[in-house]
Ligand binder design. Sequence first.
Ligand code: BTN
Length: 252
Amino acid sequence: TQGLPTKVIGQNLVYYEKTDSTNSLAKKLANEGAEEGTVVVAEEQSGGRGRLNRSFLSPFAQGLWFSLILRPPFLPMEVSKMTLLAAVAITHALRQQGLECGIKWPNDILVHDKKIVGILTELNASMEKINYLIMGIGINTGITKKMLPRDLKKTVTSFAMENIPVNRTKLLRDVFCDLERYYFEAEKEGFSPILEEWKKLSCMLGKEVEVVMPDRTFSGVAFDLDDSGNLLVRTDSGVERVLAGDVRVRPI
Ligand code: BTN
């Protein structure tokens, strides 16, 4: 972290060659009182976790696999907006590297419909207060088609697969800086400018989507976010408000 131009994020950096999941490790450290901005980074995860109980492929040195411990002064119900904030910050950092990417609600980052970044936010809170928030981020840098299991070949990409050279250390620094910039902005000014930015960076608004919930599925056109960061989808029978959580949204 020498010379890292951030105030908080990454100033306490915990590095592992290999761990099961940086999110799990970060949770443990947070329970032991780790300070705000602590980052756990690993070269390889043997049990990388994704949203909706899925696993997340994280082979040795082929990506940035890391988790941030935050203790934001927000209400627990604002957590989904923190996830949108992370997607905005990372998209910004990736575009600076020359990668044409956009955000798929709530927080996948895609290049030409293929996923290059996944974000898994985990919360420890009471009704009134966030104790801590773990923000787990996986960015595929060196992954090649050969490394991917067959079911992921058509849906996953990386800097290498997009032929964009990348320096992992520099990218990690840029991501820390952008995350911190937006985080401080949210603390000062609230989330509305960030939600507006999200809309600009989204590759989903205006498109026909299918929403898969545990109990039902419907389709419509995703057209906006509301003030809480929920996705608004226009269907034949009216407007549906889609909350993050057990939801899968896919373009059709
Ligand atoms: C998703 O796409 O569903 C979210 C994937 C999140 C992956 C990252 S990699 C670092 C951190 N540790 C984990 O076990 N998961 C997150």
